[in-house]
Ligand binder design. Structure first.
Ligand code: SF4
Length: 308
């Protein structure tokens, strides 16, 4: 928001560009653009992001976050959109030294190569970085850009206050690739099923269990997740929910044929997260997408070892 503000202040039109994938969305970017009063477009980069994640040239951060390669992918995608947006150059909010690994000088250089032709401008650190084409050509006045560096966000916070910017988010949040629990599930998924967009999408919701047969069970943690799981269920999946007092909706998925034992274990997960606490057996509704519900009974079993 600050980088865009500095450019808007020079009378230059700005279009916000956000990116979405199973690991992050562009909602925050859209909100930021709304509050700045700029247009906004979003691009889905799932396929490209899976490639980057599978083999990041600059490695991972603390978890499975390939930040330098991810930034580079976003910048190169934006570079490919310049003509269609009628834009001349790209602006990002990167700050030299803000992140020890992904925003040091080498990382910033690597990211800039994604834009090519010197078209990537970082208004917050521009005066500490080599001159870019927009500065050289006089499209942007370099003397009105900033020279911020380092981990402290003091200057940025002061600037935000001066501009009256509110509603900005903590810099850490928003990307699942920086969350330990999610990355554990992500690694497990790669081992058992590989990273395919549909399965990565499912990974964002619910508690996940791996069955001894290789199948997967996902249990919704609230009504919203239950609804999402029901929508994501596809042919061949099974759904379970307590018949009397519906609690967690449980989805059972297996690439090959689902066995009676798979169904028993999925039903046990459903019982474990049902609203009927402490009962040894429970009447469950079981159905497949597009089929009638059938009432079955499930018994208590220890499923703790199956949780991913
Ligand atoms: S935190 Fe996530 S979205 Fe942000 S650069 Fe790193 S991998 Fe990409």
């Amino acid at each position: 928001m600050l980088a865009a503000r500095l450019i808007l202040d020079q009378g230059i039109e700005v279009t916000g560009v956000g990116f979405s994938s199973p690991f992050y969305g562009s909602r925050r970017g859209r909100r930021a653009a709304e509050s700045l009063g700029t247009p906004f477009v979003s691009r889905d980069i799932t396929r490209e992001m899976i490639e980057v994640l599978s083999n990041p040239a600059h490695g991972y951060g603390k978890h499975l976050n390939p930040c330098t390669d991810c930034h580079r992918l976003m910048v190169s995608t934006a570079a490919g959109m310049l003509e269609e947006l009628g834009a001349s150059f790209i602006v990002t909010g990167e700050v030299l030294g803000q992140r020890p690994k992904s925003q040091n000088r080498d990382a910033l250089n690597a990211v800039a190569k994604g834009a090519g032709r010197g078209l990537l401008l970082r208004p917050l650190s521009a005066r500490l970085l080599p001159e870019t084409v927009p500065e050289r050509e006089g499209w942007v006045d370099r003397s009105r850009l900033m020279g911020i560096s380092g981990r402290s966000r003091k200057v940025q916070l002061e600037l935000a206050e001066r501009y009256g910017l509110t509603g900005y988010q903590s810099p850490a949040g928003g990307c699942l690739l920086t969350e330990a629990g999610y990355c554990r599930k992500l690694k497990e998924l790669r081992e058992h099923e590989g990273w395919v967009p549909e399965e990565l999408n499912l990974l964002r919701f619910g508690r996940h269990f791996r069955l001894p047969s290789g199948g997967r069970v996902v249990s919704g943690r609230n009504r919203e997740e239950n609804e999402i799981l029901e929508k994501l269920a596809r042919e061949g999946d099974y759904l379970f929910q307590a018949a009397e007092r519906p609690g967690s909706l449980v989805l059972l998925r297996k690439p090959v044929e689902v066995t009676a034992r798979d169904r028993e274990l999925a039903a046990a997960v459903c019982l474990r997260y049902s609203k009927e606490k402490g009962v040894p057996r429970l009447a469950l509704a079981r159905w497949r997408p597009g089929e009638e519900k059938a009432i079955i009974e499930a018994g208590a079993e220890d499923i703790s070892g199956l949780m991913i």
